[in-house]
Write a protein that binds this ligand. Structure first.
Ligand SMILES: Cc1cc2nc3c(=O)[nH]c(=O)nc-3n(C[C@H](O)[C@H](O)[C@H](O)COP(=O)(O)OP(=O)(O)OC[C@H]3O[C@@H](n4cnc5c(N)ncnc54)[C@H](O)[C@@H]3O)c2cc1C
Length: 428
């Protein structure tokens, strides 16, 4: 039976990058993916930060399946009928093709897997890994369809469910507090309508995040909008524990978001072509014992490498960074002729230096999102205040200070508002 230097589980961003790097480094690599085509079953919001691709793939734009480059950012607050938003258009982003772009996973993951194959990795799609092979306390292969395939080590890039990571003893059961739930719809709208309604041209793209309705009773929840080339992705990210307490259904909530008057101005006449739901990692322990084992490395979502600031969702660039770092650790281990935990520890050292500090900082920032008033009290307060500010019915304008007092009354005390501001300032 053929034996590999490394087997990679999962051809998502982490897995394909790891396979690409190891194959380029001269290793014999097997990349297995349960979907028939890489990316076929994968879901995300839509935005990828370019820095990591530029670093490892150079001028990636020349052949990557970029839908649009983000030049327009929107942050908004909604109640049932209204929306207040800040719109940011960046000349610098326009000039240098943006620091982020919008992609569809079915195309992007396929592109990355092709890179791995091009570098010499053997890609076997339609293959579900059921178990790992352990010999003398070290992981030495995988089990799929009852067959055993042997290798010197395994790079695990299976995503958020971390089933194989649990079998390898690197994760305990994934508890509801360690995930968020994301749902997404793709609405076909046509390039011209997208350009008109989002004020874009050519390959320019827009990204928007919103708090408040329809998730106003949940903390750390929000909605998003991304423009693809000729369709628009909309979605929600919510906390499953709060969701079940509130007895709400995400399918209904995404419909409420889509039917909001602000969204209808953007999406009217569109046709839903895709609906999907997926989990996102949340507050997963990032200890060496969760990331590196004997002959085993945990990468990407399987390791919990995800950041949710509220205004950004980032997982793909961390997945790619971890795939590269895992591959480099395996290449060094291969040269040293030992795949034990100590030999692979440079992977953890890289993450501890380059990735984990950023995740910890983001967790602190995300503390602001755990204040429920951000989602339930402030959006309707801001919208009512703005209504007073901009409406004139001929009777005499309410002074701004009176409008502030009137809209705070019964909603929030001055002291609580000041405390919230101070706390947000400290966390941000
Ligand atoms: C709603 C939502 C919105 C998001 N928005 C963004 C965003 O805008 N930007 C961003 O950067 N990130 C976003 N993310 C996060 C991002 O999708 C993940 O962080 C990223 O995909 C992680 O990559 P990965 O390679 O670790 O895992 P995945 O992308 O999950 O890939 C895992 C792969 O392993 C395969 N697999 C799983 N189990 C097995 C098995 N047993 N055998 C064989 N193959 C297996 C899967 O089919 C899959 O192809 C979002 C996520 C969600 C759910």
């Amino acid at each position: 039976m053929e034996r590999f230097d490394a087997i990679v589980i999962g051809a998502g961003p982490a897995g394909s990058t790891a396979a690409y790097r190891m194959a380029k480094g001269g290793l014999k690599v097997l990349l297995v993916e349960r979907a028939k085509v890489p990316g076929g079953k994968n879901l995300f919001g839509g935005r990828i930060y370019s820095h990591i691709l530029r670093k490892h793939f150079g001028n990636f734009e020349s052949d990557a399946p970029v839908e649009r480059f983000v030049v327009r950012e929107t942050i908004g607050m909604m109640d049932e009928s209204d929306c207040a938003s800040i719109d940011f258009v960046s000349r610098r982003s326009e000039a240098n093709k943006a620091s982020s772009f919008i992609a569809r996973r079915s195309r992007f993951d396929k592109w990355l897997a092709d890179k791995a194959e091009g570098a010499g990795a053997l890609l076997v799609p339609g293959t579900n890994v059921e178990d790992i092979v352990v010999r003398d306390g070290a992981v030495r292969g995988i089990v799929s369809g009852g067959d055993t395939i042997e290798s010197e080590c395994v790079v695990n890039a299976e995503g958020v469910t971390a089933t194989i990571a649990r079998k390898a003893g690197l994760r305990s059961d994934v508890s509801p507090s360690q995930v968020k739930v994301g749902v997404k719809e793709t609405i076909e709208l046509g390039k011209d309508r997208i350009n008109d309604r989002f004020n874009l041209s050519d390959d320019e793209g827009a990204a928007g995040v919103f708090i408040g309705y329809p998730a106003s009773y949940l903390s750390a929840s929000g909605s998003f909008v991304y423009t693809n080339s000729d369709s628009v992705s909309i979605g929600l990210v919510v906390d499953p524990i709060e969701l079940s307490g509130a007895r709400k259904d995400v399918q209904l909530m995404i419909e409420e978001f889509r039917l909001h008057p602000y969204m209808q101005r953007l999406l009217k006449g569109g046709r839903m072509i895709e609906y999907s739901a997926h989990m996102i990692p949340n507050s997963v322990p990032l200890e060496p014992s969760n990331l590196v084992g004997n002959g085993f490395l945990n990468t990407g979502d399987a390791a919990g490498l995800f950041v949710n600031h509220g205004f950004t969702y980032r997982g793909v660039d961390f997945a790619i960074a971890s795939g590269i770092a895992a591959a480099d650790a395996v290449i060094s281990a291969h040269s040293a002729g030992s795949y034990g935990r100590d030999s692979l520890m440079s992977y953890y050292e890289y993450l501890a230096r380059e990735v984990i500090p950023e995740l910890r900082r983001a967790e602190k920032t995300a503390g602001v999102l755990h204040n429920k008033r951000m989602f339930s009290t402030y959006p309707p307060f801001v919208l009512d205040f703005l209504e007073d500010m901009f409406r004139f019915d001929g009777v005499g304008k309410t002074p701004v200070s009176s409008s502030l007092r009137k809209n705070m009354k019964g909603r929030i005390s001055t002291l609580t508002a000041l405390r919230d501001m101070l706390s947000a300032y400290r966390k941000l």
